[in-house]
Design a protein around this ligand. Sequence first.
Ligand code: FES
Ligand code: FES
Length: 198
Amino acid sequence: MVEGLIPYLFPSRASYVIFSEFFDALQAMVTEAAVMLSHTGEHSMITLEVNGQHYELDVNPDVPLLAVLRGELKLTGTKYGCGAGDCGSCTVHIDGKPERSCLIPVGKVQGKRITTIEGLRDDHPVKLAWEAEQVPQCGYCQPGQIMQAAAFIDRNPNPSDAEISEAMNGNLCRCGTYPRIFRAIRRALLEREQIRRG
Ligand code: FES
Ligand code: FES
């Protein structure tokens, strides 16, 4: 079922396809810009641990982690949305905490454990719940939503509805999939509890 603003903003499928293609093109441009950005200014060798792999990269340590993930490492599951820390589409885990990769200089995350959506295991309860609840619509915001939710349930095994809302508050979805996101988080919590009890 289609939810949110999409039916009002895009009454015909054709207009929605054009809209989606525009965002795909924007992503391609952003990745190109990220590659260029990471090679501007002063370079130095930095070491990163991403999804359990170690990388040595000759990049500008001041560029955002997001630019290096997408441009250098080709981990394009992490999305560029606002570039200002306001939408959550670039959320990754740094030492298990959800962080906005568009805001963090890559030089600041050396020696830390970085996990992107590609590194979250396929049988993680959040990924399974997202599939079961058919959360994504256009899908653009979903990697960030999943990473935010996964970090949240790791720390909060028994949250209230208000705590879930508060934790997910900074992750925006232009398609308005919020009710399904909420249901998926509840499902993931239940699933994990059942696994814990055996
Ligand atoms: S792109 Fe990072 S918060 Fe929007
Ligand atoms: S599913 Fe489209 S922006 Fe969230």
